[in-house]
Design a protein around this ligand. Structure first.
Ligand code: NIG
Ligand code: FE
Length: 409
């Protein structure tokens, strides 16, 4: 049996009694932790932890000892919103953007989601898998210990299935939980141009049943936005999956607010993601629902659009997760340490609030809250052993710095 003891840890963060509820309001600001701590692992499972003063030295019999002086240990981040499978980055759009074009203008001139779809369609399943696997290894090395990945760059039935099969293969290759989301309603596919209704028919009657039959996804998602999909499309998708193995997520209110949040809540969405633009009705719908918000500060930072009103969501008692939205068009980073800094600086969240949103609440957004997002006796997930740091606030403060010393487990 492999036994490891970490001693003199400056801060063992996010230590919880399970089970817990999604964190909201005041609770989001509380981060349970132990200063000058020890942590004992047996075969990658937490068997004990506490403060060094409480440690009975006899307990260390048979353990490999690791000194963690001046370092922190966190549970790994839970990234509940990514588009991590794609065939090519879109850095030419970055230059277009610097020349003043908006996200919508770039899409209109042949960039955007449809250009990513063309690239995926030209790439073999094997090629897409090898490339995405490489990316996911980097994601894990950066401190992410659970991950949601969306399709949505296939945009033909065959290519959406290809993306979902790639996600399934990744899931089998890595030792972290991966959740797959079917996002065919990401943009009206080129072959259905000007015929969104026909596409919706195909999605509802052919594509969704196929994904269900092959058990390829945990969630279904839809991009509800002017020029993409509307409130009625959310309702139809919600209805089509009722009672099935798929649960609803939705991209809503990224650029405009026109009822997407309310409809997603009505359809019992697990999460509503983005929320950069919110009106009073949106807050009300969320405050009285079980739907969790997922906020994506890196997307706001990259596109230069408003940041989601996280402080107001706190005041209104709405729980939210924070995720990377890693994708080639609106958030080309999967670095959650950077996302953490952006959340603090631009959403005015405290280091503790943002961290809770990227761990405990991120786990809720993926339905893995019983096993991930916090350290408890029996926890088997990954940990981040940090580089030496003076205090917890140092991590989001020193943005752009590599804080990972080692990923444990
Ligand atoms: O979450 N908003 C829609 N989907 C992605 C962007 C996709 C792309 O531009 O490739 C997002 O921001
Ligand atoms: Fe997204």
């Amino acid at each position: 049996m492999a036994k490891k003891a970490f001693l003199n840890i400056r801060g063992l963060m996010q230590v919880r009694e399970m089970p817990i509820q999604p964190l909201k309001g005041h609770d989001l600001s509380v981060l349970p932790s132990i200063a000058n701590a020890f942590l004992l692992l047996q075969d990658n499972e937490v068997v004990n932890f506490g403060s060094m003063q409480q440690l009975d030295e006899r307990e260390l019999n048979g353990y490999d000892l690791h000194d963690a002086s001046e370092r922190f240990i966190f549970p790994a981040f839970c990234d509940a919103h990514t588009h991590a499978v794609f065939a090519q980055y879109r850095e030419a759009e970055f230059v277009d953007k610097l020349n003043g074009l908006s996200y919508q203008e770039i899409a209109a001139k042949g960039g955007g989601i449809l250009s990513s779809a063309r690239k995926v369609q030209e790439t073999s399943e094997e090629g897409l898998f090898l490339q995405s696997m490489e990316t996911v290894k980097h994601i894990i090395a950066g401190g992410t210990g659970s991950l949601e990945i969306k399709s949505g760059y296939g945009l033909t039935l065959e290519n959406e299935l290809k993306m979902l099969r790639v996600i399934r293969r990744i899931k089998k290759q890595v030792d972290i939980p991966i959740k797959a989301t079917f996002l065919a309603a990401h943009a009206v596919p080129a072959q259905f141009q000007g015929q969104k209704e026909l596409f919706m028919e195909a999605l509802l009657n052919e594509w969704i049943p196929k994904v269900l039959e092959e058990k390829l996804a945990d969630y279904i998602d839809v991009f509800c936005e002017t020029g993409y999909f509307d409130v009625n499309d959310i309702a139809q998708i919600g209805k089509a999956i009722r009672g099935s193995a798929l649960q609803l997520k939705a991209h809503v209110n990224q650029f405009s607010a026109f009822g997407g949040v309310q409809e997603a809540v009505r359809q019992e969405a697990v999460t509503v993601d983005h929320l950069e633009v919110m009106n009073e009705e949106d807050f009300e719908a969320l405050a009285s629902s079980k739907t969790l918000a997922t906020l994506l500060p890196a997307c706001s930072f990259y596109l230069g659009i408003p940041f989601a009103p996280a402080r107001k969501l706190c005041q209104r008692g709405v729980p939210f997760a924070i995720a990377s939205d890693f994708n080639p068009g609106s958030s080309p980073t999967h670095n959650l340490f950077l996302v953490w800094s952006l959340a603090c600086l631009n959403m005015k969240l405290t280091p503790e609030e943002a961290f809770n949103a990227m761990t405990v609440n991120g786990a809720f957004a993926m339905g893995i809250n019983a096993s991930h997002g916090a350290i408890f006796r029996g926890y088997k997930g990954k940990f981040i052993l940090t580089n030496k740091a003076p205090s917890f606030a140092y991590f989001p403060y020193a943005f752009g710095t590599n804080h990972v010393y080692q990923i444990l487990n």
